[in-house]
Design a protein around this ligand. Sequence first.
Ligand SMILES: Cc1cc2nc3c(=O)[nH]c(=O)nc-3n(C[C@H](O)[C@H](O)[C@H](O)COP(=O)(O)O)c2cc1C
Length: 208
Amino acid sequence: MNLLHIDSSILGDHSVSRKVSAAAVVAIVAANPGVKVTYRDLDAAPAPHQSGALLAARLLDPGARSADQARDITEADAVLDEFLAADIVVIGAPMYNFGIPSTLKSWIDHLAIAGKTFSYSEAGVQGLAGGKRLILASSRGGFYGADSPMAAVQHQESYLRDFFRFIGIPDVEVVSAEGVNYGPDHKQKALDGAVAEAANLGRALQAA
Ligand SMILES: Cc1cc2nc3c(=O)[nH]c(=O)nc-3n(C[C@H](O)[C@H](O)[C@H](O)COP(=O)(O)O)c2cc1C
């Protein structure tokens, strides 16, 4: 069984989402001792941007690619392969500027591949990446609940839920620390609550 652990916070040891995602991984590994963990820190090692240059490099004969082009294609393919191989995916997903970190978006851009994670037909869109357990460790400075006046600008959790539903994973589990910029006491309470919740995610999974 494979677990893919992604972090994307730029705040290093001060990050809330990193602590929450780590607590979830520790709990899942404890409940599934044989699980193989693959870790990607998108702040330390961002995936290459999806770009015209990357698309053009894919059209070249592999022997004609520059070292940089070959490296970027290898990295982009590894992102997709790791995701497809994972039974469980845990993503540290902070809210930055009402959305997600740009590094997390770059990573996602390598997952949205027709024929691999979704397909279109006359019957509509079909997600092809189902069967995974997907957990978001979310953190936000403010409050964006459904009753909040800020709900309409919450493009972080809603975007991630929509994306993973599109590729066939409708039941995303979210552990959330909200309002962490409302003061140190509130931050500690939100962090402790989310870490405790994440520590309860360790149910055993059946081997695929
Ligand atoms: C670059 C940046 C942008 C942010 N933008 C928002 C925002 O739009 N809304 C919000 O509520 N909090 C915002 N925050 C606060 C973060 O959501 C909060 O600090 C959260 O804990 C970030 O997760 P992390 O600690 O894992 O990095 C921002 C923080 C940073 C560093």
